[in-house]
Ligand binder design. Structure first.
Ligand code: GDP
Length: 540
């Protein structure tokens, strides 16, 4: 891929600002410690007030019904959609990924806006289902992964087994940056393989900002005395073996998505967090460009460009407002600047970009490539829209995901029909689900499709809490959707008329929200049967 030749680039001051930015997300299976780690990172960034808001967000939501407590959830995803803080020379943009068991398109979209990800793994559990799914998304997007193996203060699986599992399952070369000295009650610290030093761990009272840290060589008496003989033996052997078992850390390979730096620690005890943060900031990439028509737009391009990756309505229950989140790909954002929404061709003035700070907000005057804008107000943007001052740039960062669940969400309360309609319209704009129209169906409302069933529960809960409408779910029989193209398009056919398709019982024709024709099937076993009967079509 070539870098788009540009005649003008941002001024040197802005180029330095862009270079010091690190935009990333923390991903994990629920309960592995994402929230705890986020909170500790914020403490290092001096954002103490915010750290509190992240903790209080979670009086533990391990079930979907807890997650449905929308008010609680509101406080969470709002204040932590994006957190910005300075640490040493870096400007850190930390994006929150929804942390529930079910998987939604929202998560995919947030990952389209980052340049790196920290994957938190529970040392007692290793890779879990959600970790793997999130990892897959990162890999598909070429996002470099850093691994934090958390909860070393609890009985953990043998570290060699953990890195072996990471390598086998993720198919990435592991590069342990440090190595744990024991685990559970016998956890004594980590050996920093880069510096050849031991960081000794002393347990602190809960919530202490920093775990006290003393540094020594592995041979030092202090280290030997701190550890039981059997553990000392085992650990020193492992450290020696590691040099043969793993490749040295290589930044090029990390950025190419071939190697993952691995850190051991305990987020709750704030042990290993600062070391990881510093190493991460040094190794993680500065803001990357994005592809426009086969060419890479550099972040330093003078023209402003960005894409919408998330929309959230009703962030503040007292004001019906909406925040549109934009990842800046290139250039500089300045308050009141005018951009074009490439989907509509309309010029829009960006006068109300805000910095969200827990419950507080501050108007943003300037931002750079790599930053996330939260545009608050009545902007008529949709997810995936490109906003730019360069008429030639259009990003295509938002893939449509294949839904696996379908439902009708029907209004239960005739008096609330208006609220139902406006709620549905708003939530569909946010991309909570996809809409389909079954051909010939008498159903007045569209059928919805989602990657996971929780998306429907969220939709219902939000309709109830934000629009005061009760709904019920009706499940159609479909479980598979297949897009297709006619090999020889019938140019005389009008877009709203269905193409000729030989169907059988168990499948129907439908249109997606962009008007494309699809086949819905009630079983994946029917797919090849339908394909065989329709050789004049190409299925995707
Ligand atoms: P999330 O669901 O991934 O955001 O996980 P949380 O950060 O909420 O952590 C889940 C639970 O694990 C909480 O009870 C935390 O207090 C606990 N926890 C997190 N980090 C550690 C750690 O390093 N050691 C121990 N023992 N518990 C931890």
């Amino acid at each position: 891929m070539t870098t788009l030749a540009t005649t003008s680039t941002v001024p040197a001051v802005a180029a330095r600002e862009i270079l010091r930015r690190r935009t990333f997300a923390i991903i994990s299976h629920p309960d592995a410690g994402k929230t705890t780690l986020t909170e500790k990172l914020l403490l290092y960034g001096g954002a103490i007030g915010l750290a509190g808001s992240v903790t209080s967000k979670k009086e533990k939501q391990s079930t979907s019904s807890d997650w449905m407590d929308m008010e609680k959830e509101r406080g969470i995803s709002v204040s932590s959609t994006v957190l910005q803080f300075d640490y040493k020379d870096y400007c850190v943009n930390l994006l929150d990924t929804p942390g529930h068991h079910d998987f939604s398109e929202d998560t995919y979209r947030v990952l389209s806006a980052v340049d790196a990800a920290i994957m938190v793994i529970d040392a007692g559990k290793g890779i879990q289902a959600q970790t793997l799914k999130l990892f897959d998304v990162c890999r598909k997007r070429g996002v470099p992964i850093f691994v934090f193996i958390n909860k070393m203060d609890r009985p953990s699986r043998p570290p060699l087994e953990l890195i072996d599992e990471l390598e086998t399952v993720l198919k990435l070369a592991p590069a342990p940056v440090n190595w744990p000295l024991g685990d559970g009650p016998r956890f004594r610290g980590v050996f920093d393989r880069q510096k050849g030093q031991v960081n000794l761990f002393e347990k602190t009272a809960h919530g202490a900002f920093k775990a006290p840290l003393s540094v020594a060589g592995i041979e030092d008496d202090q280290v030997r005395e701190a550890m039981d003989d059997d553990i000392y033996e085992a650990v020193t052997q492992e450290i020696e073996m590691l040099d043969g078992l793993t490749e040295p850390l290589d930044i090029e390979q990390v950025l190419a998505g071939e190697q993952m730096p691995i850190y051991f620690g305990s987020a709750m005890n704030n042990f290993g967090v600062q070391n990881m943060l510093e190493s991460f900031l040094e190794l993680a990439p500065a803001p990357a460009g994005r592809v426009n028509g086969g060419e890479m737009v550099s972040p330093n391009t003078d023209n402003f460009s960005g894409f919408v990756f998330k929309i959230q309505a009703n962030m503040n229950p007292r004001h019906r407002d909406r925040a549109v989140f934009v990842r800046i790909v290139s250039g500089i954002f300045e308050r009141d600047m005018q951009v074009v929404d490439q989907r509509t061709g309309k010029k829009v003035r960006l006068s109300n970009a805000q910095k969200l700070f827990g419950q507080d907000r501050e108007t943003l005057d300037i931002a750079y490539a790599g930053d996330i804008l939260a545009l608050v107000g009545n902007y008529d943007f949709l997810i995936g829209d490109t906003l730019t001052t360069d008429s030639k740039v259009v990003y295509n960062e938002m893939p449509r995901f294949t839904p696996e669940c379908f439902a009708y969400i029907l209004n239960n309360d005739t008096a609330g029909i208006k609220r139902y309609r406006s709620g549905m319209a708003q939530l569909m704009k946010e991309g909570v689900a996809q809409a389909y129209r079954v051909h010939g169906s008498s159903q007045a409302v569209p059928m919805l499709g989602a990657v996971g069933p929780l998306q429907f529960e969220v939709l219902q809960a939000r309709l109830l809490s934000e629009y005061k409408v009760e709904t019920r779910v009706e499940s159609p029989p479909w479980s598979v959707v297949q897009w297709f193209k006619e090999n020889e398009p019938d140019t005389a056919r009008k877009a709203q008329d269905p193409p000729k398709v030989n169907l059988t019982s168990g499948c129907v024709l439908a249109q997606d929200q962009d008007g494309n024709w699809v086949v819905l099937l009630n079983s994946k076993y029917l797919v090849s049967f339908v394909k065989d009967r329709n050789e004049h079509l190409t299925f995707r």
